[in-house]
Structures are given as structure tokens and as C-alpha cells.
Ligand binder design. Structure first.
Ligand SMILES: Nc1nc2c(ncn2[C@@H]2O[C@H](COP(=O)(O)OP(=O)(O)OP(=O)(O)O)[C@@H](O)[C@H]2O)c(=O)[nH]1
Length: 426
């Protein structure tokens, strides 16, 4: 019946159990003390009633005993036994011999306790008091209990009613001031825990300022501190992430630049910056295949500086290098974007011209030769001039490999050298 009334929490059950056990124990103790006190008071009142009775009957009993009228004594004692508070009557003579001994209860059902009042019987003759014996009236616990029972029943019923009313009031108060707010607090804590909103706070519907509202404000302070910490953590994490992304981006950029440099180094000649032998032949082969497919012509211009050893020997390697750079820059200024220019090694260079026939290539070669032989270099106060020999060869439909074209151009170049240098052979 109470299970729906009491909030189903272990705490409430435990608190109720403890409080009601204590309350029940205390109530039982007080009720027992009340009952015992009532018993003693009732017993005293019965004793005084017995004494009054004895005082009333002492005259007739003494008279009958003086006359030794046993029949009258029998009737008198039977009459006394009829009274509800008397359980027994005992009359003895002056020698202590029992004359009347009557009990209202059966020998098998002796009461728990028996108490009595005893009075001596005297007879006055010629102003002289003669001792006749004594009369004792008995009463018992049964009589006291009979009287007390009603009052005690009232006390017990009042105690049970009080207990029940207090029980209900306590449950209501416990529920109203503790169980409901606690349940509300728990459900809001669960909501905060389950939800993603960090700014959510606990808000109890009770407005009284008590330990629960203090707990609520402590919890809210804790939640605020947690939110602040979390925000700080997120901020730190974001800063770290930004720093990391920045570092990765910088490193990637550096790697890209390095890769480009490496690629350039692998493909280009370190002194002149134009394609090296390997890259030149790769690109030239690719373009030759393309020209072959497009059935267009292509030409290879092979160049070798004349008596370059002498330049080195005369001016030194440093100036020799400057001459190589000057040669490269001069040739490059005559070329188109689509032309391929490379250093094959030492002082030997080559140009691959896509879409150019032998005439066009020879014309260009002559322009180049003339530009070189006309140029004058002023280095460290020294004037240097030099020439170049050129062999020109155009592709034929049978040229699948750049090596074939190169071999033929090389022969032409040697021809130019043989014929006196500073010449173009085709
Ligand atoms: N300064 C410099 N000299 C180089 C470089 N590469 C090769 N040489 C020199 O170029 C010279 C080439 O000499 P040779 O092969 O005898 O040819 P040449 O003297 O030009 O004579 P011909 O080709 O017959 O006209 C050598 O002395 C090499 O040391 C370089 O990168 N820098």
C-alpha cells in the first residue's frame, strides 16, 4: 500500500526503517511504563478498598467469633467472596487455628500474584480487650488487570493511532522535502550527463534555502568550472592543432621546394641550368615519337665549342665556365618555348627542334654560330672570344630512336670540325 507512496529509493526505505524502529521501540517502552504505573496505582486503590471493607466487616466477624457462631461466619465470608475485588477470606482464632478459609479461584488457576490485608479481631469485655484471632482478605493480580485492562486498551489504541498518523505525516514530509527534490536533482544530473549542452545547469523547483539548494548551487559551480576547463582544453587543442597544421604545411612546402630542387638537379645541368644529357635524350625521344606519329619533321642541332681546351688553358677553368654560361644564354635567346636545349657533356650541346625541317634548322644553326663568333666576353679585364661548330640533321620516317638521329648529327658535327670549325654542316 505504501510502496507507491514512498519514493522507491534505498535511502528513503532505510531512513524510514531506522526512524520507525526507534519510534516503535520508544512507544512500546513508554506504553509499558504507563501500563506498569497504572497497574501499581490500581493495586493500591484495591488495597485501600480491601481495608475499608475489612473495617466494615470487622464488627460482625468479631461478634460471631465471640459467640462462636460458625454458620453466621460462613454466610458472612461467602458474602464477602461474592465481591469482585475479593479472591479469598481467611479467619483464624486466637490460637492460630483456621476457622474459615475460602478462595474464589480454583486451585489449578492460581493468579500471578496475590496480596492481602490482615486485621486482628478483638472483643472488649469490662473495658478489657480480648484477642480473638485475625481476618485476612485476599485480592490478586487478576482483579487489578481486569480494572487496568480497559484503561490500558485506550492507551494502546491511542498509541497505535498516534503511530499511524505520525507515520503518514513523516512519509509526506520526507517525500515533500527530501525524496521529490532528490529525485529531481538526480534526473537533472542524468540529463546534464547525457546531454551535449555544456551550459545546462541544475534548477530545482523548490525555492526554500536548504541543504539541497546549497548542493544544487555547489553542483552548478562545479559544472561551470568543468565547462570552463573544457573550453580551455578545446582552445588549447585548437591552438595545438593550428600549430601542427601550420608546421605540417610549412614542412610540406619545404619538402615540395626540396623535391623541385632535387628534380631540377636530377634533370638539369648544375652549371648552365639547361637540361642534362639524360633529360635531354628522354625529352627528345618523346618529341621524336610524337613527330613521327604526326608525320611532321624534326631536327637535331649538335654544337661543340671550338678549341675549348685552349680557352681553359689560356684563361683558366673559371673563365671557361663563364664562357659555357655565356654560350648557353646566347643560344637560349634564339629558341622558342617548344625547343629543347641540353648540355650533352663538357662543351657539347644539342637542340631538338619539333616541326622544323633541315632548312629551317640550318638557318637557325647559322644564326647561332654567327651570334657566338660575333660575341665578345669581358671577364676580369680579359677579352674572350670563341666559336662553335654545328652539325644539323633532320629526322626521316625511319627514325624511331633519337640515337640514330644523334649519330648522324654527330658525323655532321665532326665534318664541321674537320672542315675548319666555326661552321654549320647539314
Ligand atoms: N671550364 C670547363 N671546362 C670544361 C668543362 N667540361 C669540359 N671542359 C673542358 O673542355 C675541354 C674539351 O677539350 P677537347 O675535347 O680536347 O676539345 P676542344 O679543345 O674543344 O677541341 P675541339 O673540340 O676539337 O675543337 C677540356 O679541356 C675539358 O677539360 C667544364 O664544365 N668547364
Amino acid at each position: 500500500m505504501f510502496s507507491s507512496f514512498i519514493r522507491p529509493t534505498n535511502l528513503s526505505k532505510k531512513v524510514m526503517g531506522v526512524i520507525f524502529s526507534i519510534y516503535l521501540g520508544v512507544t512500546c517502552l513508554i506504553t509499558s511504563a504507563q501500563f506498569y504505573t497504572e497497574y501499581l496505582i490500581t493495586q493500591d486503590s484495591i488495597l485501600s478498598e480491601l481495608k475499608q471493607l475489612e473495617a466494615t466487616v470487622i464488627g460482625p466477624v468479631s461478634s460471631n467469633l465471640w459467640q462462636y457462631n460458625l454458620n453466621q461466619l460462613e454466610v458472612l465470608s461467602a458474602g464477602l467472596l461474592e465481591m469482585p475485588i475479593i479472591e479469598g477470606v481467611h479467619i483464624v482464632d486466637a490460637n492460630g487455628k483456621s476457622i474459615i478459609s475460602k478462595k474464589s479461584y480454583a486451585p489449578a488457576s492460581i493468579p500471578l500474584s496475590i496480596f492481602d490485608v490482615k486485621t486482628d479481631l478483638n472483643w472488649v469485655l469490662n473495658s478489657k480487650e480480648i484477642y480473638l484471632g485475625s481476618v485476612t482478605l485476599y485480592s490478586s493480580s487478576e482483579v487489578v488487570l481486569d480494572r487496568v485492562l480497559f484503561g490500558f486498551s485506550l492507551i494502546a489504541i491511542a498509541a497505535v493511532i498516534k503511530l499511524f498518523i505520525l507515520f503518514c505525516l513523516f512519509i509526506w514530509a520526507f517525500d515533500r522535502y527530501l525524496a521529490i527534490p532528490l529525485k529531481e536533482l538526480m534526473s537533472q544530473v542524468d540529463e546534464v550527463q547525457a546531454g551535449k549542452e555544456m551550459n545546462k545547469r541544475i534548477h530545482l523547483s523548490t525555492v526554500e534555502n536548504n541543504e539541497l539548494t546549497q548542493l544544487q548551487s555547489h553542483m552548478n559551480s562545479m559544472l561551470s568550472a568543468m565547462e570552463k576547463d573544457r573550453e580551455q582544453l578545446l582552445e588549447d587543442e585548437q591552438t595545438k592543432r593550428n600549430w601542427l597544421e601550420d608546421a605540417v604545411a610549412k614542412r610540406t612546402e619545404a619538402l615540395q621546394i626540396l623535391n623541385e630542387k632535387l628534380e631540377k638537379l636530377a634533370k638539369n645541368d648544375s652549371l648552365t641550368g639547361i637540361l642534362n644529357r639524360g633529360s635531354f635524350f628522354d625529352s627528345a625521344q618523346h618529341l621524336l615519337t610524337l613527330s613521327e606519329r604526326q608525320k611532321s619533321s624534326a631536327s637535331l642541332v649538335l654544337m661543340d665549342l671550338d678549341h675549348f681546351k685552349m680557352v681553359n688553358d689560356t684563361y683558366g677553368h673559371f673563365i671557361g665556365d663563364k664562357v659555357l654560361i655565356h654560350f648557353t644564354q646566347t643560344i637560349r635567346s634564339f629558341l622558342r618555348e617548344s625547343d629543347i636545349f641540353g648540355r650533352l657533356g663538357g662543351e657539347e650541346f644539342a637542340i631538338f627542334l619539333s616541326g622544323a625541317g633541315i632548312n629551317e634548322a640550318s638557318k637557325l644553326a647559322d644564326k647561332l654560330r654567327k651570334a657566338i663568333s660575333d660575341s665578345t666576353l669581358e671577364i676580369d679585364g680579359k677579352t674572350v672570344t670563341y666559336t662553335v661548330s654545328i652539325g644539323v640533321e633532320s629526322s626521316s620516317p625511319n627514325d624511331h630512336s633519337i640515337d640514330d638521329l644523334f649519330k648522324r648529327a654527330d658525323i655532321k658535327l665532326y665534318g664541321a670540325k674537320d672542315k675548319g670549325r666555326d661552321r654549320v654542316e647539314r
